[in-house]
Design a protein around this ligand. Structure first.
Ligand code: ZN
Length: 622
């Protein structure tokens, strides 16, 4: 048996605690330890389980109640998730949409929940919850269990809770469930009574209606008893590999099989905020060992015709890791597992469920290990910080792998522009469940969120944005950063004020549009006027190109920034006085003669999300 925390890991936890002190001296976070034992019946697709929790209340508040997520109760006809999906299905999206039927519902969910039969629905029942042997009164709210404590949990104290529960694995509808389209028997996510996070904003008891998760940082010990034919995989480290085999065993050792019809799989995952597993009798596993990186596992249904794709994906993931580590920070856990399961791609700590061997999906889900699994933002409140940052990161990694920089985010910009044009845009600060349409949610979270990061490079320079990414990782991993926390890191690293960027880009739907105006000659200078047509102010880069082929970069900071970005290339640059955000016009000059000018171009890098680029470039006719 392996020890689970070697000296390197201890050092890791210690440095984590030290940085926590630095980053958020006044921000506490709760802590939990789960010990879960489950016994699966593969005939009935039901299991029973017990959960022992050590819950530490690090808050200054006395808690007289606690909450648990019981996600699978969403998979019942008439549930909030079912109703929500069918209501959204009544909205037709006229914009080019990814949904084949043009309706706004998630194509994977549609009205499928309504048609589930009693043995296909999902449920999670907590049959008993006790503290110190005393049963606790509960109140059910469909996917949320409210526990009214007989004795409140005092600040800075730890309580032990004992839960007994039983569950039926739903026929796979969304993310978790049994017998998905690819024939995987069990995709086990959101499968156990999961404590709701209590943070500086209070309880985050979001009913499960569609998306996005948030959890308490902690440690998991999970023992799974299941039919011997099944191979189990998980986001975690297997503790008894040499009793199980299936490729987990240390090479060269003899497997000591367990007695009986079932195997007991013992898993651990430390310093994470969720735990996923999956099981199938036809799974096989390949691995890639990285130099100074985690062991990558790929667990999938063995199908000869698809074998090559999984092998290729595994090679690409191994090639990607050094790029990921130097750009976004090292992956800290010992293993990461790409598991075939679910219904697309969904991220969990130390693992993902992906339906097939797609490099794009695999990299996206893996990058979630940074954005949400390590930088554990509240996805319900700030979906752009997990989906947007992740999309930015995986697009960038893929472009670097293909050696195609410069065209990284065109898809994200296109998505954002389509959102603006649709008239359906809502501020990206909208709670992810509360958007009026799935369409507006997905483009705001993914595309506008990715553009946030790319455009930040325009404002502070790409090189400083890259320092921000690493500093954000250093300060905020294993915590719950919010938008302001990210902005503060960005401000410190860039020596600029950036609150306006968050206010305009995230909290509003105001758009950017700058245009080139008149050219005049005054006092021997060629004077160029620019117009701010959109309501969102930005700093402006203007490239002047002359007929002799020479170029000048003119940089106009915006007054709310209180700072300048460094030059980003070798073109001679003039830094002008700041443009006050209230002024619709700005005029600057060049010493070169008007007759020498060939073209004037606002933001030639195209990183600024200008909604009307047709007025950004003026070419002077000969
Ligand atoms: Zn994602």
């Amino acid at each position: 048996m392996r020890k689970n925390c070697k000296p390197a890991c201890l050092l890791f936890i210690l440095t984590g605690m030290l940085t926590q002190l630095q980053a958020q001296p006044d921000r506490w976070q709760q802590r939990i330890k789960y010990k879960i034992d489950v016994d699966m019946n593969v005939e009935t697709n039901r299991f029973t389980g017990t959960e022992k929790l050590d819950y530490t209340n690090n808050s200054p508040d006395t808690l007289d109640r606690v909450f648990f997520h019981l996600y699978w109760n969403a998979f019942q006809p008439g549930s909030s998730m079912d109703v929500r999906s069918r209501v959204l299905g009544q909205t037709r999206i006229s914009e080019p949409s990814r949904r084949s039927d043009g309706l706004d519902w998630d194509a994977r969910v549609k009205d499928r929940i309504q048609h589930l039969t009693p043995d296909e629905i999902g449920y999670q029942h907590v049959t008993r919850i006790t503290i110190g042997g005393v049963e606790q009164p509960v109140k059910m709210h469909e996917t949320i269990l409210e526990v009214n404590l007989t004795k409140p949990i005092l600040p800075h104290s730890t309580v032990q809770m004992d839960l007994a529960f039983e569950a039926q694995v739903p026929k796979q509808i969304r993310r978790s469930g049994r017998d998905n389209a690819e024939g995987i028997r069990y995709s086990m996510s959101q499968w156990y009574p999961k404590m709701v996070e209590y943070d500086y904003q209070g309880w985050n008891a979001n009913p499960y209606i569609a998306r996005e998760f948030y959890g308490v940082w902690g440690d998991f010990d999970v023992n799974i008893s299941i039919d011997k034919k099944y191979m189990v995989t998980a986001g975690g480290d297997l503790q008894n590999a040499n009793e199980l085999g299936f490729g987990y065993e240390t090479p060269g050792t003899t497997i000591k099989p367990q007695k009986g019809d079932k195997n007991l799989w013992k898993w651990q995952a430390y310093n994470v905020h969720d735990f996923v597993w999956a099981a199938d009798p036809t799974y096989k596993m390949i691995t890639r060992t990285l130099k100074e990186g985690p062991l990558l596992r790929f667990v999938y249904k063995a199908v000869d015709s698809l074998e090559n794709r999984w092998q290729k994906m595994a090679d690409t993931a191994a090639l990607a890791y050094p790029i990921i580590a130097r750009t976004f920070g090292p992956y800290p856990y010992k293993t990461y597992t790409f598991i075939q399961g679910g219904d697309g791609g969904m991220e969990y700590p130390m693992a993902t469920l992906i339906k097939s061997a797609s490099v794009g999906t695999a990299l996206h889900e893996w990058m979630h290990s940074w954005y949400q699994m390590m930088m554990g933002t509240n996805e319900s409140l700030y979906p752009w910080m997990d989906e947007g940052f992740t999309d930015y990161a995986s697009t960038r990694v893929q472009a670097t792998l293909r050696n195609a920089p410069g065209f990284w985010y065109t898809g994200s910009y296109r998505g954002y522009f389509a959102l603006v044009k649709s008239g359906l845009e809502e501020p990206a600060s909208t709670h992810s469940d509360h958007y009026n349409t799935n369409f507006a949610y997905s483009l705001a979270a993914y595309s506008k969120g990715a553009v946030f990061m790319s455009q930040l490079g325009y404002i502070v320079s790409d090189s400083i944005r890259d320092k921000i990414l690493l500093e954000y990782y250093r300060e905020w991993r294993f915590k719950h950063p919010n938008p302001n926390d990210f902005i503060r890191v960005a401000e410190k690293m860039s020596h600029m004020e950036l609150d306006w960027y968050k206010e305009y880009w995230i909290n509003s739907t105001k758009t950017i549009d700058y245009g080139v105006g008149d050219i005049n000659v005054k006092d021997g200078l060629t004077m160029i006027t620019l117009h701010r047509i959109g309501q969102m102010p930005m700093p402006v880069d203007v490239l002047l190109t002359f007929k002799d082929g020479t170029q000048e970069m003119h940089y106009i900071p915006m007054n709310l920034m209180y700072g300048d970005k460094p030059a980003e290339n070798a073109i001679p640059r003039t830094i002008h006085n700041e443009w006050n955000w209230t002024s619709p016009d700005y005029t600057f000059g060049t010493k070169r003669g008007i007759q020498e000018l060939k073209s004037i171009e606002i933001d030639p890098s195209m990183r600024m999300a200008d909604v009307n680029r047709s007025n950004n470039k003026l070419v002077i006719p000969d």
